[in-house]
Design a protein around this ligand. Structure first.
Ligand code: UDP
Length: 351
């Protein structure tokens, strides 16, 4: 598990791995100009780094730093083909030059944030999506939208694993609806621009992604960083509900590789498609807790508390479409992904 000398050595290894795999499949962004919103976030920062590593002509990164972090872009500071601007992607924008791809990644994503910033989340996924689509329309760019497995809500029994054809079972008026329903509305806006303006659009439905740089703590924490932090600090592991609910945990390198395959303009078979990008190995939250305890060598015990309202019971994608259209499937088992994630938290949390 160890063998890394610093937090940046861990993230550099991940970026190199993604760039390698894309390169081997001849998926390239060389000489392209890409505008990415939310580029300082967990997923967005890796995307920026891989694009720069691939020799993009210019990567224009916007982020309002509401949940993204400037330090995620530290390694790109001196790169000539990288530009960062603090900017809110829900205000109309225009890069003032041709771009080949617009990737709209900006949105808060943690269920704890849903309670504090529901309007901002709604704006990111609806108005923000329209702002990006306007730029794509103006410059004839490919538009990439980061949707989510949350559009499926809490799928009915019989619809897990879930294919892209499932219409979902989401509460339009609950604690998660600012996220679920705004992502659904975002998909609908993408469809509207496809129909009316013939924009080349691609939609990824992203499943629970984890890895170095994912934020922890009471506001941003998702289950993986929360459990790692609790285990490392010797605190009880906060399992919500009975811990039997499942998620399909996707390692960051697999996720970003899938997203960049889908967003690539040369992948014309992906034009107009909605594709699940996630892991199809389902794990219970309790299994995750035990694995984290084992791998961190922690003495923490599990502490159970009530399941949040509308928390989905099962989540797992059908990946046949990603395999067929993108020649992509996840490569990284949960234990292996944690072998990168846990050392990164050791460097950053215990520093
Ligand atoms: N969860 C948990 N403890 C935590 C955070 C989350 O047991 O400290 C559970 C949560 O109830 C859900 C699952 O872990 O069933 C995944 O939660 P997360 O916030 O990572 O993302 P979600 O999939 O709910 O958007």
């Amino acid at each position: 598990m160890d063998g890394f000398e610093s937090a940046s050595a861990v993230t550099d290894a991940i970026v190199a791995d993604i760039a390698n795999h894309l390169g081997r499949s001849k998926i390239s962004y060389q000489d392209q100009k890409i505008l990415i919103t939310g580029g300082a976030g967990f997923l967005g920062s890796y995307i920026c780094e891989v694009l720069v590593a691939q020799g993009a002509r210019k990567v224009i990164c916007y982020d309002n730093l509401s949940s993204g972090l400037k330090e995620n872009l530290e390694g790109l500071r001196d790169k000539e083909n990288f530009v960062f601007q603090v900017r809110d992607a829900t205000e109309p924008y225009d890069p003032g030059e041709h771009v080949d791809v617009v990737m709209h990644m900006a949105s808060r994503a943690s269920p704890f944030e849903f309670a504090h910033f529901p309007i901002q989340i709604w704006r990111s996924n609806t108005i923000g999506t329209m702002c990006g689509l306007e730029v794509a329309r103006k410059y004839g760019a490919t538009f990439f939208y980061s949707s989510t497995s949350e559009v499926y809500g809490d799928p009915d029994a019989g619809h897990v694993p879930t294919p892209e054809t499932y219409w979902g079972h989401a509460n339009p008026n609950g604690p998660r609806s600012c996220y679920d329903e705004s992502k659904r509305a975002g998909e609908a806006v993408v469809k509207a621009y496809e129909l009316e303006h013939k924009v080349d659009a691609r939609i990824a439905r992203i499943f629970n992604t984890y890895g170095p740089r994912i934020r922890g703590g009471p506001l941003f924490g998702r289950v993986v960083p929360n459990f790692i932090e609790e285990a490392m600090l010797g605190k009880p592991i906060s399992v919500f509900g009975d811990g039997k609910q499942t998620r399909s945990f996707t390692f960051i390198s697999d996720e970003v590789e899938g997203l960049l395959r889908l967003a690539n303009p040369a992948m014309i078979q992906a034009r107009g498609e909605v594709i699940n990008i996630g892991n199809n190995k389902e794990d219970t939250v309790e299994d995750l807790a035990r694995l984290v305890i084992e791998m961190t060598g922690s003495k923490s015990e599990l502490r159970y508390s009530p399941l949040p309202k509308d928390d989905p019971v099962r989540r797992c994608p059908v990946l046949e479409k990603a395999k067929r259209l993108l020649d992509w499937q996840p490569r990284t088992p949960l234990r292996e992904g944690l072998e990168y994630t846990i050392p990164w938290f050791r460097f950053t949390l215990l520093a």
